[in-house]
Write a protein that binds this ligand. Structure first.
Ligand code: FES
Length: 190
């Protein structure tokens, strides 16, 4: 049985046609594989290599080089905390401490008990003027404060509990079913 779904493998096979250098497809392909599995297993990496007709060693080399690729299980939501100079000067250490306390972990890469969170410390995220900055999943969160970190964590916990109970949250991005338009009564002329 393959690690990646057949439709994802088809999607990966179609990637090289989008790039001048077919091997440039390796990063988006690994990204897709990681999205599906949560982290990159050896099987997933070798399936990516086969799908892209690349050397497995090359694919593994890319996956191990970039910190945004995970070779071990990670939380459903991942915080990438910038601890480079500008962020450090504006309280990145405090951000890390608060985040660790909020999600209940002791070190980078550790997954919270509920499986919802993990964090990494990363180099400059290119948004120094908004320091301190984290990337949470695919979105930047800027000008962080302790309160903002607590909200980011609590909001995601709420979404999880609302999903369990079926109650919709404001952070739930699933489109709502269309509502019936109210029928407008028009006055008859004459
Ligand atoms: S130093 Fe943190 S975003 Fe640049």
């Amino acid at each position: 049985m393959s690690a990646l779904s057949s439709h994802l493998l088809e999607e990966i096979k179609a990637l090289p046609a989008k790039y001048p250098q077919p091997r440039s497809a390796v990063m988006p392909a690994l990204d897709l594989a990681q999205e599906e599995l949560g982290h990159l297993t050896p099987e997933a990496m070798s399936e990516v290599a086969v799908a892209l007709q690349l050397d497995p060693g090359y694919v593994e080399g890319v996956a191990t080089f970039y910190t945004l690729f995970h070779l071990e299980p990670v939380g459903k939501h991942r915080f990438y905390v910038c601890t480079n100079l500008s962020c450090m000067l504006r309280g990145a250490e405090d951000v890390v401490d608060r985040l660790k306390a909020a999600i209940g972990v002791r070190e980078p890469g550790e997954v919270s008990k509920d499986g919802l969170f993990s964090y990494e410390e990363v180099e400059c995220l290119g948004a120094c003027e908004y320091a301190p900055v984290v990337r949470l999943d695919h979105r930047y969160e800027v000008d962080l404060t302790r309160g903002k970190i607590d909200s980011l964590v609590n909001d995601r916990r709420l979404v999880r509990s609302h999903v369990k109970t079926g109650v919709r949250s404001s952070l739930d991005t699933t489109p709502e079913p269309p509502r019936k338009k109210p029928v407008r009564r028009t006055k008859k002329s004459g």
